[in-house]
Design a protein around this ligand. Structure first.
Ligand SMILES: [Ca+2]
Ligand SMILES: [Ca+2]
Length: 77
C-alpha cells in the first residue's frame, strides 16, 4: 500500500514537472527578445491571451510574466 502511494506521488511529481517545463518552453518561445516578459507584440500569435491581457496581467505592468502566463494556461476555460 505504501509503495503504491509512493508511486502515485512520483507520477504526480513527474507530470507536474513536465507541465511546468511545457509552460516555460512555450513562454520562452513567445518571448522573442528574451527579457523574461511577454509584451503585447509578442502575444500577437496568442490572440486569445492578447485580448484578455488586462485580465491576466495581474501586476498591471502591461507585460505577461512567466507566472502570469502559467496562471493563464492553467485557468483559462
Ligand atoms: Ca519579451
Ligand atoms: Ca504583468
Amino acid at each position: 500500500m505504501r509503495i503504491f502511494w509512493l508511486a502515485s506521488c512520483t507520477l504526480i511529481t513527474i507530470s507536474f514537472n513536465s507541465l511546468a517545463l511545457d509552460v516555460k518552453q512555450r513562454f520562452d518561445h513567445l518571448d522573442k527578445d528574451k527579457n523574461g516578459f511577454l509584451s503585447v507584440q509578442e502575444l500577437s500569435s496568442q490572440p486569445h491571451l492578447q485580448k484578455r491581457m488586462a485580465q491576466w496581467d495581474t501586476d498591471k505592468d502591461q507585460q505577461i510574466s512567466l507566472l502570469e502566463f502559467k496562471h493563464y494556461l492553467t485557468n483559462k476555460s
